[in-house]
Design a protein around this ligand. Structure first.
Ligand code: FES
Length: 111
């Protein structure tokens, strides 16, 4: 499948995160401070809580439910360290942020 428009650059601020949806799939867009925009699975791999309800300080992402913590630049788990977020291919064309969600399965701790 091809890249599809997820949002516009104007919908985001550097150092923040926002969630969007494509075809019923929740996608978390993270813009780390001094980094590139990244698209991750929108639901926490622990118990499916929307990650956008958590906190992001420009570097570290913390789920609001049980404080699982992820590196915002890589999606790798910090606590616990044996988990990670699935990452979607993303590209920016003009003001449009495009992602390709096909072929990427969200990670879940208990699946
Ligand atoms: S649901 Fe995210 S830490 Fe439990």
């Amino acid at each position: 499948m091809a890249f599809e428009k997820l949002c516009e650059l104007d919908d985001l601020w550097e150092g923040e995160m926002e969630s969007f949806e494509i075809r019923g799939v929740e996608i978390l867009v993270v813009w780390p401070t001094d980094g590139e925009i990244i698209a991750y699975q929108g639901l926490c791999p622990h118990q499916d809580i929307p990650l956008a309800e958590g906190k992001f300080d420009g570097k570290t992402l913390i789920c609001r439910a049980h404080s699982w913590t992820f590196d915002g630049c890589s999606g790798v788990g910090i606590n616990p360290s044996d988990c990670c977020l699935a990452r979607y291919p993303i590209k920016v064309v003009g003001n449009d942020v495009l992602v390709d969600i096909d072929g990427v399965k969200p990670m879940f701790a208990h699946s």
